[in-house]
Design a binder for this molecule. Structure first.
Ligand code: TEU
Length: 535
């Protein structure tokens, strides 16, 4: 028996290690003032719904002051809430009420870049080349005889070059500035100590207001390689969107200097013992991914393997194994997500229609059975599909314009949620919704799904509750269990057995009590595209 000091009480695991997070895309969740765009009061009014759903914490996409060139990921003032979302008061009220309901609130922070309307960037434009104002960003002279060629060949994630040329005070074309995303999102120069200081100021500002943590946008960005060398440009597969093409050797991301930035952030976070920092880390290699969640860096990092994986048993098993291995070596815990505001919704990704729905049901049960924290993107609990036929005139994602109108971008997964009633916008707003809501969503409103036990929403509610209360979900590990071809089965340390049938035929379940299944079971037969939990 291991030696235990008298009086030693093991510390409980931090809340975020097994939490179910609910990602709110605030523009699309609920609108309280009729302007057609969701806001924080709208969100507060729906906290009862989220409590019913059973989630532990919220992650709210950016709500800071922004001209909204990239849905709020272009931040003009990181220490204020945009009036569009209700201002600071609305956030304070939201935090209070969420805490009353024992729900934590985390928010997005965007340290890699600012808006071009941030006072720093305006000052940089007004100042001369070589000035301290320009040194907070990446201003460089162009190449070629008249400086007309960008300083290097980096493309922007949204299409076109990652550099834009400015006009100097004398009216002549001048230097170029770096923007890995849209031109309205100039990259900050993290080699400049002022940038780190200001970020720490921001982090402290929100933690002192009661925020429980942050999702750190592009957490593998920020540090840039010395000399900003050219990159090897690769031919992208034509049918892939920009946002899911990743390469670990891309000089725009994952430079070693980024870890010092996370270590400094962690020191500050440690002053607030229950707060969490979750990085958006698009890094494929397990060791390099794990580096971000070493004990003195981020608490958690998003692992996107499941969100990138088709509904195929070997690929799913591989995604699970790799996600677990990536964090195991550094003693961190895993994160799981099937979708977010940047990727196609899972129902569509898994084939759409009835099959897509069945597979999405099976996958949320698989995900909730895994050890670690789970991130649910708003609307997934309603089984919403991507909306791929939005009229071109309403598209807002910068990808649409930047790709020369060839890639529609991410608006299709950002359509407002249908709450109740028979007509769009289904009580999302009393005005005209910022993106049109399909009329066919009258069948999948929250109101309708709450009434039906076989709805996606009811499945989410039952699964989240069982995960929270049943001891069989305990323990940090899992073990794969023998299963027929085309199927997956694993057992949690606590005893839960999760069986996924990815074949086209029914399978017979092993012995045990069925706790929950994503499709009706009779005579121990699990239908195709379904998951069952057994104890
Ligand atoms: O996304 C970062 C992003 O675009 C990644 O998917 C990118 O492809 C990756 O870094 C390349 O390795 C975040 C937000 O989630 C997104 O909505 C914003 O548009 C973006 O940052 C810019 O802030």
């Amino acid at each position: 028996m291991p030696f235990v000091a008298p009086g030693f009480v093991p510390a409980p695991a931090p809340w975020w290690r097994s939490a179910v997070f609910y990602q709110v895309y605030p523009r699309s969740f609920a609108d309280s003032d009729g302007d057609g765009v969701g806001d924080l009061r709208g969100l507060r009014d729906k906290l009862g719904y989220l409590e019913l759903l059973g989630v532990d914490a919220l992650w709210i996409c950016p709500v800071m002051r922004s001209p909204m060139a990239d849905g709020g990921y272009d931040v003009a003032d990181p220490r204020d809430i945009d009036p569009l979302f209700g201002g600071l008061r609305a956030l304070d009220d939201l935090i209070d009420e969420a805490h009353d309901r024992e729900m934590r609130v985390t928010m997005d922070l965007v340290p890699n870049h600012t808006s071009d309307q941030h006072r720093w960037f305006r000052a940089a434009l007004a100042a001369a080349p070589g000035s301290p104002e320009r040194a907070r960003y990446w201003f460089r002279d162009g190449r070629g005889p008249d400086g007309g060629v960008p300083p290097n060949n980096w493309p922007s994630i949204f299409g076109g070059p990652a550099w834009t040329r400015v006009t100097e005070a004398d009216g002549r074309p001048g230097q170029w500035y770096l923007h890995i995303f849209a031109p309205e999102q100039p990259d900050l120069n993290w080699d400049n100590p002022e940038v780190a200081q200001d970020f720490e100021h921001t982090v402290r500002f929100w933690l002192q207001r009661g925020i429980d943590g942050f999702r750190i946008d592009v957490a593998h960005g920020m540090a840039k390689p010395a000399g900003l060398p050219d990159m090897e440009l690769q031919q992208r597969p034509v049918d892939d969107s920009h946002l899911v093409v990743h390469d670990d050797n891309d000089p725009r991301f994952n430079n070693p200097g980024v870890h010092e930035i996370h270590r400094r952030l962690r020191k500050l976070m440690d002053e607030f013992p229950n707060a969490v920092a979750i990085g958006e880390v698009w890094v494929d290699d397990n060791t390099r991914f794990g580096d971000y969640v070493r004990p003195d860096e981020l608490h958690l990092a998003f692992n996107f393997r499941l969100a990138e994986t088709p509904f195929h048993p070997d690929r799913i098993r591989d995604a699970v194994d790799n996600s677990l291995h990536a964090v195991a070596a550094v003693g961190a815990s895993a994160t799981w997500t099937l979708s977010n505001h940047d990727v196609e919704r899972e129902v569509t990704r898994y084939g759409g229609g009835a099959v897509g729905q069945a597979r999405a049901r099976a996958m949320i049960m698989l995900e909730l059975a895994l050890p670690g924290s789970v991130f649910i993107y708003n609307g997934a609990e309603l089984g919403l599909p991507n909306v791929d036929d939005l009229p071109e005139a309403v598209l807002q994602d910068p990808t649409w314009v930047r790709s020369g109108y060839t890639e529609r971008g991410r608006d299709g997964c950002r359509v407002p949620l249908p709450w109740e009633g028979e007509q769009p916008p289904f009580a999302f707003t009393s005005g005209a919704s910022w993106l049109p809501v399909p009329a066919s969503w009258s069948a999948v409103t929250v109101e309708k799904q709450l009434e039906r036990l076989d709805s996606m929403l009811s499945l989410y509610r039952m699964a989240i509750e069982l995960r929270a209360v049943r001891p069989e979900f305990g323990g940090p590990g899992l073990e794969w269990y023998g299963s027929p071809p085309g199927c997956l089965a694993f057992r949690r340390d606590g005893g839960l057995l999760c069986v996924l049938n990815a074949t086209n035929a029914v399978i017979t379940l092993p012995a045990g009590e069925v706790l929950l299944a994503s499709a009706p079971i009779s005579a121990r037969k699990l239908p195709a595209n379904a998951t069952a939990w057994l104890v």
